[in-house]
Ligand binder design. Structure first.
Ligand SMILES: Cc1ncc(COP(=O)(O)O)c(C=O)c1O
Length: 287
C-alpha cells in the first residue's frame, strides 16, 4: 500500500506531493510536526497529539491552523486506504516566501500530512531490550516544541547507529539525562519510577504521559526527577517510551549492563498496561 498524503486539504499519493524550494520549513526548519500511531485503523491518543501540535504552533507563532479540520483530514486520509497498523506524520510550515529570516507578511502555512503502513520493527526488542549510548545534549532551550530542527538529534542517532545501538540518550554538562533523540527516558531507582520533569529541556512525550498515568493506576511509586549518568550503576531498570517504540526496555548503556536485565518487573507491568490501553482504545473506536 503506497502512503497517502493530504496537502492543504487535497488528498494525493505521497509521491506526487510538491513543495516549494522557498518553503520556510525547507529553508529554515521553520515548522513543527507530529507523529501519531494508528492501531486497528484508529489514531491512538489523537486528542493529545493535536493538543501538543497546537502548543508547538502557538510557540512558534504560526496562526490560523484549524485543528478540527486537520483532525478530519487525518481521519479521511486513514479511511482512504486499508490502513490498519499505520503512522500519521503531520507537518505544518510557515509557508513559502522570499528568503529572509524574519516572518514574511503574507505567507500561507503549508499543512502536510501522510499516512503509511507501519511494520513494527521493535517486536523482539521489546522482549529483549536494546543497547543505547549517551551523548552530550547540544540542543537548544526549547525542546518542548516539536520542531523539525532535528540536526542534533540526527547526528546523535547516527552516532548510535554506528555504535550498533538503538538510541542515544542526551545528557547535560552536569550529567543530567534529558531524553533520547526520539524517545522519552525512564528509570527505576530505589523502587521508584523516575523520569525527567516536564520542562523546556524535554519534549512533553505523549507516551511518557500515558505511562505516568498507567503507573499511577498500578500504584507504582513515581517521581518526576531527572536521573544522572552517575546514577546509572544503581538503577535496577531503564526504558524508553515513544509513539512507535511504545515501552522499550534498555539492556545496556554505553556497554554497561543494567542491573535487573531487560525487561525488568516494572517495565513489564507498564508494557502490559500500554498494550491494554492501546487495544481497548482501538476496540472502542479510538479516543
Ligand atoms: C525528542 C523526543 N523526545 C521524546 C519523544 C517521544 O514522544 P512521544 O511519546 O510523543 O512519541 C520524541 C518523539 O518523537 C522525541 O522526538
Amino acid at each position: 500500500m503506497e502512503p497517502i498524503a493530504n496537502v492543504n486539504g487535497r488528498r494525493m499519493p505521497l509521491a506526487e506531493v510538491r513543495i516549494s524550494p522557498l518553503d520556510r520549513g525547507f529553508l529554515f526548519g521553520d515548522s513543527v510536526y507530529e507523529v501519531i500511531r494508528v492501531y486497528a485503523g484508529q489514531p491512538f491518543l489523537f486528542d493529545e497529539h493535536l493538543r501538543r501540535l497546537g502548543h508547538s504552533l502557538e510557540s512558534i507563532r504560526i496562526h490560523g491552523i484549524d485543528l478540527e479540520q486537520l483532525r478530519k483530514r487525518v481521519l479521511d486520509t486513514i479511511a482512504a486506504g486499508p490502513f490498519r497498523e499505520a503512522t500519521v506524520y503531520i507537518q505544518v510550515t510557515r509557508g513559502a516566501a522570499p528568503r529572509a529570516h524574519g516572518f514574511p507578511n503574507d505567507a500561507t502555512p503549508f499543512e502536510f500530512l501522510y499516512v503509511r503502513e507501519f511494520e513494527d520493527p521493535y517486536v523482539e526488542a521489546r522482549k529483549q531490550g536494546v543497547v543505547v549510548i549517551t551523548t552530550p545534549d547540544v540542543r537548544w532551550d526549547r525542546c518542548d516544541i516539536k520542531s523539525t530542527n532535528l540536526l542534533a538529534n540526527v547526528l546523535a542517532m547516527q552516532a548510535a547507529k554506528e555504535a550498533g545501538a538503538t538510541e542515544a540518550l542526551f545528557f547535560l554538562p552536569d550529567g543530567t539525562i534529558t531524553e533520547g533523540t526520539h524517545t522519552s527516558f525512564f528509570g527505576v531507582l530505589g523502587g521508584k519510577l523516575l523520569t525527567a520533569p516536564q520542562s523546556p529541556a524535554i519534549l512533553p512525550g505523549i507516551t511518557r504521559s500515558l505511562i505516568l498515568r498507567i503507573a499511577a493506576e498500578q500504584e507504582i511509586p513515581v517521581r518526576e526527577q531527572t536521573l544522572r549518568l552517575q546514577d546509572l550503576p544503581r538503577v535496577s531498570e531503564l526504558f524508553l517510551t515513544g509513539t512507535t517504540s511504545e515501552v522499550l526496555p534498555i539492556e545496556k548503556v554505553d556497554q554497561c549492563v543494567i542491573w535487573e536485565g531487560a525487561p525488568g518487573e516494572v517495565t513489564r507491568r507498564l508494557q502490559r498496561g500500554y498494550e491494554r490501553v492501546s487495544e481497548r482504545d482501538a476496540a472502542s473506536g479510538g479516543v
